[in-house]
Design a protein around this ligand. Structure first.
Ligand SMILES: N[C@@H](CCC(=O)N[C@@H](CS)C(=O)NCC(=O)O)C(=O)O
Length: 213
């Protein structure tokens, strides 16, 4: 099959997905322009399904490869251009990301979507998720995990902490993790976050091209 050369990579994205958020954060900060295609997960377009092995967003299609994991998209973009040195972080940052993507996300889903997990106790799962937040609180070295500048770990984890916090924001804000609360609130009001959360119409094959950033 003949493949058309792309002028820009294509990002299949979904506004509210925390994995897609972190991909957009890195693409924005590294200023890697992509064609953004907003996918509705309930009605995934054929073009997306042909590109994404896992049928999950985000998925980045370049002329060389299809990158189907959000963390790999972050690293791909930052290796091209990392103006704020997000990649410069201690190994512990990668451990935090693994904990986030593994046990924390598992417990978060079992808290937030508890009706999908009738055999799971949402309170117990909220406690498990809270242990991770408490660990972040302990390690918070400044206004970010490793000091006063954000790293890959901050940006890879914040969209998930946001999702956990918004299950019950009042409850979240009243737990004994003030540094995490400030870290999240600063992120939510940042230019960076506002710029990755612009709304796009659902992509259809006949849609006109929309670039991000
Ligand atoms: N490991 C993937 C996971 C991405 C993921 O699970 N995305 C969700 C949306 S937040 C998804 O696309 N789910 C497929 C579906 O709901 O059909 C990554 O990091 O990119």
């Amino acid at each position: 099959m003949e493949m058309k050369e792309l002028d820009h990579p294509i990002l299949y994205s979904f506004r509210r997905c925390p994995y897609a958020m972190r991909a957009r954060l890195s693409l924005l900060v590294s200023n890697q322009r992509v064609e953004i295609r907003e996918v509705y997960l309930r009605e995934k377009p054929q073009e997306f399904l042909k590109s994404s092995k896992s049928a999950t967003v985000p998925c980045l299609v370049t002329n060389q490869e299809n990158i189907d994991e959000s963390l790999d998209i972050m690293i791909w973009a930052l290796k091209l251009n990392d103006p704020y040195q997000w990649l410069k972080m201690p190994k512990l940052g990668y451990d935090f990301i693994s904990q986030n993507d593994g046990p924390f996300k598992l417990a978060l889903d079992r808290t937030k979507y508890h009706s999908r997990y009738p055999n799971e106790d949402p309170i117990k799962n909220r406690e498990i998720a809270s242990e991770f937040i408490s660990e972040l609180e302990k390690k918070m070295a400044g206004s970010f995990l490793f000091g006063d500048q954000p790293s890959l770990a901050d940006m890879a984890i914040l969209p998930f902490v946001r999702q956990f916090a918004f299950i019950d924001k009042l409850w979240f804000d009243h737990q004994s993790w003030p540094k995490v609360v400030a870290w999240l609130n600063d992120f939510l009001s940042s230019e960076l976050f506002l710029n990755i959360q612009k709304k796009y119409d659902r992509w259809l094959p006949e849609s006109k091209t929309i670039f991000f950033p």
